[in-house]
Design a protein. Sequence first.
Length: 115
Amino acid sequence: MLEAAEPILEIIAQTVDLIGVGIVVFGALKFLVAYARIEARRLGGRECAREIQLARGGLGTYILVALEFMIVSDVISSVVSRTLEALAYLAAVVAVRTAMGYFLGRELREDEESA
Protein backbone atom coordinates (compact mmCIF):
# COMPACT_ATOMS: atom_id res chain seq x y z
CA MET A 1 0.00 0.00 0.00
CA LEU A 2 2.73 2.47 0.97
CA GLU A 3 4.74 1.58 -2.12
CA ALA A 4 1.97 2.97 -4.32
CA ALA A 5 2.04 6.26 -2.40
CA GLU A 6 5.84 6.64 -2.42
CA PRO A 7 6.08 8.80 -5.57
CA ILE A 8 3.36 11.09 -4.25
CA LEU A 9 4.98 11.31 -0.83
CA GLU A 10 8.33 12.13 -2.41
CA ILE A 11 6.74 14.95 -4.40
CA ILE A 12 5.03 16.22 -1.26
CA ALA A 13 8.32 16.11 0.68
CA GLN A 14 10.13 18.00 -2.09
CA THR A 15 7.31 20.55 -2.28
CA VAL A 16 7.36 21.11 1.48
CA ASP A 17 11.15 21.48 1.33
CA LEU A 18 10.84 24.04 -1.47
CA ILE A 19 8.27 25.95 0.57
CA GLY A 20 10.81 26.08 3.42
CA VAL A 21 13.50 27.34 1.06
CA GLY A 22 11.07 29.88 -0.37
CA ILE A 23 10.29 31.17 3.12
CA VAL A 24 14.00 31.61 3.89
CA VAL A 25 14.65 33.37 0.58
CA PHE A 26 11.63 35.65 1.06
CA GLY A 27 12.71 36.49 4.61
CA ALA A 28 16.29 37.13 3.50
CA LEU A 29 15.17 39.43 0.68
CA LYS A 30 12.83 41.28 3.02
CA PHE A 31 15.66 41.65 5.53
CA LEU A 32 18.05 42.85 2.83
CA VAL A 33 15.64 45.59 1.73
CA ALA A 34 15.01 46.65 5.33
CA TYR A 35 18.73 46.59 6.11
CA ALA A 36 19.53 48.76 3.07
CA ARG A 37 16.94 51.31 4.20
CA ILE A 38 18.28 51.27 7.75
CA GLU A 39 21.85 51.73 6.54
CA ALA A 40 20.79 54.63 4.34
CA ARG A 41 19.29 56.34 7.40
CA ARG A 42 22.37 55.50 9.46
CA LEU A 43 24.61 57.14 6.88
CA GLY A 44 22.41 60.20 7.32
CA GLY A 45 23.47 60.36 10.95
CA ARG A 46 20.69 58.43 12.71
CA GLU A 47 21.30 55.79 15.36
CA CYS A 48 19.73 52.60 13.99
CA ALA A 49 20.93 49.76 16.21
CA ARG A 50 17.43 49.03 17.50
CA GLU A 51 15.97 48.98 13.99
CA ILE A 52 18.63 46.50 12.87
CA GLN A 53 17.85 44.33 15.89
CA LEU A 54 14.15 44.34 14.98
CA ALA A 55 14.92 43.47 11.36
CA ARG A 56 17.13 40.59 12.52
CA GLY A 57 14.27 39.37 14.68
CA GLY A 58 12.01 39.33 11.64
CA LEU A 59 14.57 37.34 9.67
CA GLY A 60 14.94 34.93 12.57
CA THR A 61 11.20 34.33 12.57
CA TYR A 62 11.27 33.43 8.87
CA ILE A 63 14.16 31.05 9.52
CA LEU A 64 12.26 29.35 12.36
CA VAL A 65 9.17 28.83 10.20
CA ALA A 66 11.30 27.49 7.35
CA LEU A 67 13.03 25.05 9.72
CA GLU A 68 9.63 23.65 10.72
CA PHE A 69 8.75 23.04 7.08
CA MET A 70 12.09 21.37 6.46
CA ILE A 71 11.61 19.06 9.45
CA VAL A 72 8.22 18.04 8.06
CA SER A 73 9.88 17.31 4.72
CA ASP A 74 12.51 15.14 6.42
CA VAL A 75 9.85 13.19 8.32
CA ILE A 76 7.94 12.49 5.10
CA SER A 77 11.15 11.45 3.34
CA SER A 78 12.06 9.02 6.12
CA VAL A 79 8.62 7.42 5.94
CA VAL A 80 9.16 6.82 2.24
CA SER A 81 12.63 5.28 2.54
CA ARG A 82 11.94 3.21 5.70
CA THR A 83 15.57 2.30 6.30
CA LEU A 84 17.56 2.43 9.50
CA GLU A 85 20.01 4.77 7.78
CA ALA A 86 17.19 7.16 6.87
CA LEU A 87 15.88 7.06 10.42
CA ALA A 88 19.33 7.82 11.85
CA TYR A 89 19.74 10.67 9.35
CA LEU A 90 16.30 12.00 10.27
CA ALA A 91 17.13 11.88 13.97
CA ALA A 92 20.37 13.78 13.41
CA VAL A 93 18.82 16.39 11.14
CA VAL A 94 15.82 16.93 13.40
CA ALA A 95 18.12 17.24 16.43
CA VAL A 96 20.29 19.85 14.71
CA ARG A 97 17.34 21.79 13.30
CA THR A 98 15.47 21.64 16.60
CA ALA A 99 18.54 22.91 18.47
CA MET A 100 18.96 25.70 15.93
CA GLY A 101 15.29 26.60 16.28
CA TYR A 102 15.46 26.51 20.06
CA PHE A 103 18.50 28.78 20.34
CA LEU A 104 17.27 31.14 17.63
CA GLY A 105 13.87 31.35 19.32
CA ARG A 106 15.50 32.01 22.67
CA GLU A 107 17.62 34.76 21.16
CA LEU A 108 14.53 36.35 19.60
CA ARG A 109 12.67 36.25 22.93
CA GLU A 110 15.65 37.82 24.71
CA ASP A 111 15.80 40.55 22.09
CA GLU A 112 12.08 41.25 22.55
CA GLU A 113 12.44 41.38 26.34
CA SER A 114 15.34 43.81 26.13
CA ALA A 115 13.33 46.14 23.91
